[in-house]
Design a protein around this ligand. Structure first.
Ligand code: 6GU
Length: 246
């Protein structure tokens, strides 16, 4: 997967993603990340990329020309038309299903805005997807693009190792993850739940599912509702029985 990030802050993007699991994925050639400085593409002799908004109002807007030319410099090098993801609080809210969908692409172009946004005309011409990472306002699209790149990358085969499996994560099955424990068995007077020491894998699986359901119902009733709708009670009962034939 090749990520191309159109931004005014290329160092922020490159430095923020060059750590830990993503560093390893970059080193192994499983992903590539390129940050393209939009400022390098302005026709303005002073390097300006923004100007006042028509109709008035506070703040500066990123102009169409440098954004378009930065995008074109990337797209012209690609074998086919790539999706262009514009990071904006007005976009669809990012989730795990979207991460999975994007992870199937060969190339993805992220467009990061700053100031009050970007001239609508260039957005109309190049953007295929508008995505937000949640209902709060950030100063620019770089952190949201980095969030998306992180979550998409870990779904690419080989990026996670065995011990880092994506399969049992929160959201992978639509539920929050169950609590987990490591050594020692007792810490600050708190003991690891006995079932986890029993060696009974079926029982452990049952306990974890019950914990996931309880947590999700308590903390994310929206996710719980959706899970219950997708898994009618009869079906859930049968599944538990199959893994626990006693
Ligand atoms: Cl994608 N951009 C900005 N500027 N703020 C946000 C966001 C994106 N998602 C949530 N807040």
């Amino acid at each position: 997967m090749n990520f191309h990030v159109l931004t005014l802050f290329p160092d922020m993007v490159m430095q923020g993603l060059d750590t830990s699991i993503l560093r390893r994925a970059l080193d192994r050639g499983l992903i590539r990340i390129e940050a393209v400085n939009i400022r390098d593409y302005t026709d303005n002799k002073h390097g300006k990329v923004d100007d006042y908004t028509y109709g008035g109002g506070a703040g500066l807007l990123m102009q169409a020309q440098p954004v378009y030319d930065a995008w074109k410099s990337v797209q012209d090098r690609l074998p086919s038309k790539a999706r262009v993801v514009y990071m904006t609080p007005q976009g669809a809210v990012f989730n795990q299903d979207m991460a999975a969908e994007f992870s199937a692409e060969e190339d993805l172009i992220f467009l990061c805005g700053h100031y009050e946004g970007i001239d609508e005309r260039v957005l109309e011409e190049i953007v295929t997807d508008e995505v937000s990472i949640g209902d709060y306002v950030l100063t620019g699209g770089e952190l949201p693009a980095m969030v998306m790149i992180d979550s998409i990358s870990r779904l690419i085969p080989g990026v996670l190792h065995n011990g880092e499996s994506a399969g049992t994560d929160s959201f992978q099955n639509g539920l929050l993850e169950y609590p987990q424990y490591s050594r020692p068995e007792s810490w600050h007077g708190k003991n690891v739940p006995g079932v986890l020491l029993s060696g009974d894998h079926a029982k452990v699986g049952e306990w974890r599912l019950a914990q996931s359901l309880e947590r999700t119902k308590e903390r994310r009733p929206d996710l719980y509702e959706a899970y219950v709708k997708a898994h009618p009670p009869q079906e859930r009962k049968r599944r538990v029985k199959r893994t626990n034939p006693s």
